[in-house]
Design a protein around this ligand. Structure first.
Ligand code: FRU
Length: 514
């Protein structure tokens, strides 16, 4: 995003420190505009980017997000807020954090301070504590390097109202132009709070006993992973390898540009954490990506999620064109939530994304197919008595060339499939409708196949303007948005190189969350 900050820095003057009226979408049928996602979270109006401060508390999943309430392009950042009981249906809440004299409210995390170590609450009323980046555009304009610092706010009423700490900023800038997006957690083993923040081309780890005073413990990453852009939005958390007793640590680092298909992307590293340092398993690992598609960015995980689950959520856009996608009066949505697991395949560890199962509960009708043989092309639209505009598809197919084609009567379509020679999955949205707003939007989208079996399991979710695909039990994930002039309601399976077997396919029609 750093390339747009200078452009928009002037707009600091536009915000006022007094609270404006909350923005409401007063459309008589809200959330029914062209391209409005029906299964995904989007703000009622105006601009949204990164998910922030995701924390579960007292039966509610809190989602805060980068938000500019006065325009549908990026500008002075606030934290928008929404809550959910099931991670599928959302209730919009008033804006939680407004810019102040330290600057705009950039990305960050939030936790439940269980033991009231910060002292902001009481033993009976534990505080929620958020730490975010204060981005001072005035200082940036003056050509200084220390305009990003880390600040704290707390809530004593279940995340509804937030008080900024008097002594902000709590972490000063040592002279990095990019120093942002703190994410933090309580580390039971070293008995302290651990915070990870990014500093341009590496991450820095800090420790604290009280969430207010922090000291630097270590650095990670200058020589690791992708460095095609600025490191943003880190995360650090433990996972136990599925089926083993091995505990490993995952470091997530978002990067822009430098993503696997251009622009924004989310890479991860597997290693260990000793209470001070993150030690990556491999010396110079090939970069691993949580999602290879162009439209999953700034993804991090929920804090305090029930059942010790690691639930990941990304922003479903890409800085290459986020500000100019053809939607109004809002811009951007989030991905669906995904649970992250760590699995061992042929000796090496990989993240596996599992679609949040709440989505199944939106199923209205379902059609099952078994042992389909597809020669050339099989049109399923006749068999499916419902449109596939909002649908969940699950099944298994031979690991040979194929594509699923979602189309409309205008001939606009999105293809997703497998190229067996290249051993690559792909999404093709070149003729998906409105595409001419950006040359970056019509580039090839590919992802490597990591599994080797002769069958490919797939889970696909289509919404009005997006497709999420999880291949091989979520080992390779791709997310892409699109803007057709009519719903992509029809489905065809295409087999370009002879007969291909679809062992099973279940198509469920999903109902809107709004
Ligand atoms: C990532 C990002 C963050 C920053 C925020 C600003 O998309 O650039 O690094 O905190 O967006 O809105």
């Amino acid at each position: 995003m750093n390339n747009i900050i200078p452009l928009l820095a002037f707009s600091l003057a536009l915000y006022s420190c007094t609270k404006p009226e909350p923005v409401v979408n007063d459309d008589p049928k809200p959330f029914s505009e062209a391209h409005r996602p029906q299964l995904h979270f989007s703000p009622p109006e105006m601009w949204m980017n990164d998910p922030n401060g995701m924390v579960y508390y007292k039966g509610e999943y809190h989602l805060f997000y980068q938000h500019y309430p006065d325009s549908s392009v990026w500008g002075p950042m606030h934290w928008g807020h929404a809550t959910s009981k099931d991670l599928i249906h959302w209730e919009h809440q008033p804006i939680a954090l407004y810019p102040d004299s330290l600057g705009m409210i950039f990305s960050g995390g939030a936790v439940v301070d269980e033991k009231n170590s910060s002292g902001f609450g009481t033993a009976d009323n534990r505080p929620l504590v958020a730490i975010y980046t204060s981005h001072n555009a005035e200082m940036e304009k003056q050509g200084r390097n220390d305009y990003e610092t880390q600040s704290l706010a707390y809530s004593l009423d279940d995340g509804r109202n937030w008080t900024k700490y008097d002594n902000n900023p709590i972490i000063r800038n040592p002279g990095y132009r990019d120093f942002r997006d703190p994410k933090f957690f309580w580390d039971e083993e070293s008995k302290k709070w651990i915070l990870v923040v990014v500093a341009g081309d590496h991450a820095e780890i800090f420790g604290s006993k009280d969430l207010k005073s922090w000291n630097k413990l270590s650095e990670f990453g200058k020589e690791y992973g992708s460095h095609g852009g600025v490191w943003e939005c880190p995360d650090l958390f433990p996972l136990t390898v599925v089926g083993e007793n091995t505990k490993k640590w995952i470091m997530i680092i978002n990067i822009n540009p430098g993503g696997p298909n251009g622009g924004s992307g989310t890479q991860y590293f597997v290693g260990d954490f000793d209470g001070e340092k993150f030690i990556c398993d491999t010396d110079k690992p090939v970069t691993s990506w949580v999602d290879y598609g162009p439209d999953s960015y700034a993804g991090v995980t929920w804090s305090n999620a029930p059942g010790n689950k690691r639930i990941f959520l990304g922003w479903m856009s890409n800085w290459a064109y986020a500000n100019i996608v053809p939607t109004t009066p809002w811009r951007s949505a989030n991905t669906l939530p995904r649970e992250l697991n760590l699995i061992r395949i042929n000796g090496s560890l990989h993240l596996q994304s599992v679609l949040w199962d709440g989505i199944e509960r939106l199923s209205q009708s379902e059609k099952k197919f078994a042992n389909l043989s597809v020669q050339d092309s099989l049109d399923l639209s006749g068999e499916l008595v419902f449109p596939v505009t909002k649908s969940l598809l699950r099944g298994e197919i031979e690991a040979r060339d194929f594509s699923f084609i979602f189309s409309n009567p205008k001939g606009q379509h999105v293809k997703v499939g497998f190229d067996s020679k290249a051993r690559q999955f792909f999404i093709d949205r070149k003729r998906s409708g409105k595409t001419n707003f950006s040359a970056d939007f019509v580039k090839d989208i590919v992802a490597p196949r990591l599994a080797t079996s002769g069958r490919i399991k797939f889970t696909l979710v289509t919404d009005v303007s997006s497709l999420e695909v999880l291949f091989d039990d979520g080992l390779t994930v791709l997310t892409a948005v699109y803007f057709p002039e009519e719903d992509l309601s029809q489905l065809k399976i295409y087999s370009p190189t002879g007969v291909i077997k679809v062992d099973s396919l279940t198509v469920s029609q999903l109902s809107s969350i709004w």
